[in-house]
Design a protein around this ligand. Sequence first.
Ligand SMILES: Cc1cc2nc3c(=O)[nH]c(=O)nc-3n(C[C@H](O)[C@H](O)[C@H](O)COP(=O)(O)OP(=O)(O)OC[C@H]3O[C@@H](n4cnc5c(N)ncnc54)[C@H](O)[C@@H]3O)c2cc1C
Length: 400
Amino acid sequence: MSIGFEIDERVADIARRTTEFVRNTVLPAEEASGGNVHAGPEPLRRRLQEAARAAGVFAPHAGRAWGGLGLDLCGQAVVFEAAGYSLLGPLALNCAAPDEGNMHLLEAVATEKQKERYLRPLAAGETRSCFAMTEPAPGAGSDPRALSTTATRTGRGWRIDGRKWFISGADGAAFAICMARTSGTPGDPGGATMFLVDAANPGMKITRNIDTLDQGLFGGHSELVLDGCEVDDDAVLGEPDQGFAYAQVRLGPARMTHCMRWLGAARRAQDIALERAADRSAFGRPLAELGMVQQLLADSEIDIETGRAMLWRACWELDQGRPAAQHTSIAKTYVSEAVNRVVDRAVQVCGALGISGDAPLSRLYREVRPFRIYDGPSETHRWAIAKRAVRAARERRAAR
Ligand SMILES: Cc1cc2nc3c(=O)[nH]c(=O)nc-3n(C[C@H](O)[C@H](O)[C@H](O)COP(=O)(O)OP(=O)(O)OC[C@H]3O[C@@H](n4cnc5c(N)ncnc54)[C@H](O)[C@@H]3O)c2cc1C
């Protein structure tokens, strides 16, 4: 058995170039836009992605067959963190949510024809996509089994009816990967199917773009109505009734890639706090020499290091082809909370400056809060972590 934290030379090189690219090209663009890209400014996205391509850091996660750099999750963990140093870094590298998770899902599940039609332009940055699972109450949220959007058989395909909300990037997306119930009733553990629905389909409409705390996800978050939305059989992604299983294919790694990107944001917040603590004096000495400020700074270093260690462990498990549900739940819960603590402490160290628009901290503060809710709220993960731990303890006892 070997345990190592050596970073592969190729990955280290891509990460170095990403850091440089983010510093020289992306951070100035973030400053100019105030990090607010909910309106989906296409010229900005195109310009940043062109620059990322020229820097050789475009689509680090996508397979080489699709024009990407083909990194495994451990490699992505290093590069995505470097990209996440700016709110617009992941967008520039075409590794932002939800497109990055959708590329992974399409690579794993789509037919060759579907890959050519949907994955190739998505990986090239020619199109954007969205993933439509969550519904307003009483539909699917933390509990996906509450899925109430239905897809029923027609003569030549399916008819989808239902409502979705908080669908990130839907406004401007070329297509949605939409979860609908094809058997059973809300509350049943199975019976979901994934459908590829083109944005041009007259049966799918955006009814509003939701006003939210965060502003940094390209295209924002929308509410959709599917009303008599007709699709052909070849719109089914994978097998009918296997949608919940495919959701796990997407969600395990997608949770980890969110952790990677937000760790980059935490690192940036901590760097700002460190600089401020070194430069600003109070009561005759730099803030950095005041014990309680030191504690804030030290606790954030600990949070970043422990979060990264959990994340890398979970990525390693996934790269070995293991399900890693417990490791990804633990890492997601810890990192989402740690990142919030780090940004919050950085705001505190910077005082009034921290909550002003003069420093990017107030922007980061807004952006990281929702991460404790999406990809499974902390409470849902803790509930699942405890259940798995108890089950394992019972199995150990039964084996004695
Ligand atoms: C910024 C943002 C972007 C999103 N993007 C997308 C997207 O692109 N596509 C998509 O389909 N969805 C998206 N979502 C939706 C997201 O997946 C859901 O918000 C999330 O799954 C929680 O569901 P809910 O909001 O319905 O909360 P609910 O299910 O109503 O849960 C509310 C609260 O109940 C508590 N709770 C839940 N389960 C348990 C439990 N087992 N034990 C104890 N307490 C529990 C938690 O505190 C939780 O926060 C996004 C959400 C946000 C905030």
